[in-house]
Design a binder for this molecule. Structure first.
Ligand code: GLU
Length: 415
């Protein structure tokens, strides 16, 4: 199987958007690369008393529209190019939903599944000691991503506040509510995605009460399982997968029970009533809505032709390669691209920064309502670009995001 370089993919996506927008060469050159990259080699004390070395990154892709914003991943396959790609996608994502933020991403090459809680805390704190001078509410605001969570943010915030000797909760988002987190952040990525599916159904007549499937059952996948039914008034969850298993039931799973099972056992493996299927087959099931919610490059030219979903809502970052985008478009599949479909998380992160900055918190309903407004508007702006420019869905979203970032760079006199 072909291996993909996600950063090269983001550069290709940018070139395509730049062509549609007629951007000048200096703007293209500037937007093709991160503005700042930090690499660290971190020594961390492990439970056996030995020191282990970890490679860590923080990349601030572009800050023309505001401070860099984006998560921190803990993953064994992390490389500088995966982080560059994720940082680029954050830049277009914050612009697509029109937040006053730039884009960034961090990552540590590690296997959190083989580390104790104390080791993860030591690593999180060491990382912050390394990057502290480069982050801040007016520089760069991290959040969780794959295999990090509100607890990671609480440790990181605590280390940062200790180093700077002041309370600054807004430097990290998706914190626990007890230490400055906002209502409605934990399910925000999935909620935003489901809102875009709702708009697609209303506009183009898809039926959300039919079958749906979810690839990846981390935070976003689990919440989507529940919110699909709650927001769209029905739907039959016929298949889910995680890194250990993929399961299928043509009559549909009880989404609540499945999430409970995953949270207690750590996997969907052996869930009662689930028939074990191949991971790849899940993506090719006949469903109304497919939610890729795992990692990059899941839908490629190898399998895109076999996909039977009517709507694809990308909760993961970068799940589809450029060749696959063309195949899906030719098949008439309604793709809601990652930089739009997964923008709910960073949208509520922005709300969290705003609330932290005046230390006054909104109700859950207010958060939901404001998120809904942002995502509904973004969905329709992207549809407008797709129709106006006659481009495939990802290119439509890129055109909206890149145009805004390019304008900000121009206004600042950078290009
Ligand atoms: N990690 C999430 C994403 O990829 C959220 C980022 C954030 O809230 O800053 O969109």
């Amino acid at each position: 199987m072909e291996t993909y370089n996600s950063f090269k993919i983001t550069q290709q996506q940018l070139r395509e958007a730049a062509k549609v927008l007629n951007l000048d060469q200096s703007t293209i050159d500037l937007l093709s690369w991160p503005q700042k990259e930090f690499k660290y080699t971190l020594p961390v004390k492990m439970d056996d008393g030995k020191i282990k070395i970890f490679h860590a990154y923080r990349i601030q892709y572009n800050h023309a529209r505001g401070p860099a914003k984006g998560g921190i991943r803990f993953h064994p396959e992390e490389t500088v190019d995966t982080i560059r790609a994720l940082a680029a996608w954050m830049t277009w994502k914050t612009a697509v939903v029109d937040l006053p933020l730039g884009g960034g991403k961090g990552g540590i090459k590690c296997n959190p599944k083989e580390m104790s809680k104390r080791e993860l805390e030591n690593l999180s704190r060491e990382y912050i000691r390394a990057i502290a001078t480069h982050i801040g509410i007016d520089r760069d605001i991290p959040a969780p991503d794959v295999y990090t969570n509100p607890q990671t943010m609480a440790w990181m915030m605590d280390e940062y506040e200790t180093l700077t000797n002041k309370h600054q909760p807004g430097v990290f988002t998706d914190k626990p509510e007890q230490v400055g987190g906002t209502e409605g952040r934990r399910d925000a990525t999935a909620r935003g995605g489901v809102i875009t599916v709702r708009e697609a159904c209303k506009t183009y007549g898809y039926d959300p009460t039919k079958d749906y499937a979810i690839q990846g059952f981390g935070n976003a996948g689990q919440r989507a399982a529940l919110l699909h039914q709650e927001i769209l008034g029905g739907g039959n969850l016929i298949a889910v997968s995680d890194s250990k298993a993929a399961i299928f039931n043509k009559n549909g799973f009880d989404a609540k029970e499945l999430v409970k099972y995953k949270l207690t056992t750590g996997s969907v493996y052996n869930f009662p009533g689930g028939e074990s299927i191949d991971h790849n087959d899940l993506l090719e099931l006949k469903v109304e809505v497919l939610y890729p919610a795992a990692l990059e490059n899941a839908i490629t030219k190898e399998n895109a032709g076999k996909i039977k979903a009517k709507v694809i809502c990308e909760l993961a970052n970068g799940p589809t390669t450029p060749e696959a985008d063309i195949i899906l478009q030719e098949k008439g599949i309604h793709l809601i691209p990652d930089i739009l479909a997964s923008a709910g998380g960073v949208t509520v992160s922005y709300f969290e920064v705003v609330q932290d900055s005046y230390s006054y918190f909104w109700s859950e309903e207010q958060v939901h309502q404001r998120l809904d407004q942002k995502l509904t508007k973004a969905y329709h702006s992207v549809q407008e670009a797709i129709n106006d420019k006659k481009v495939h869905p990802r290119l439509g979203a890129m055109v909206v995001g890149v145009a805004r970032v390019a304008q900000a760079c121009k206004l600042r006199g950078w290009v």
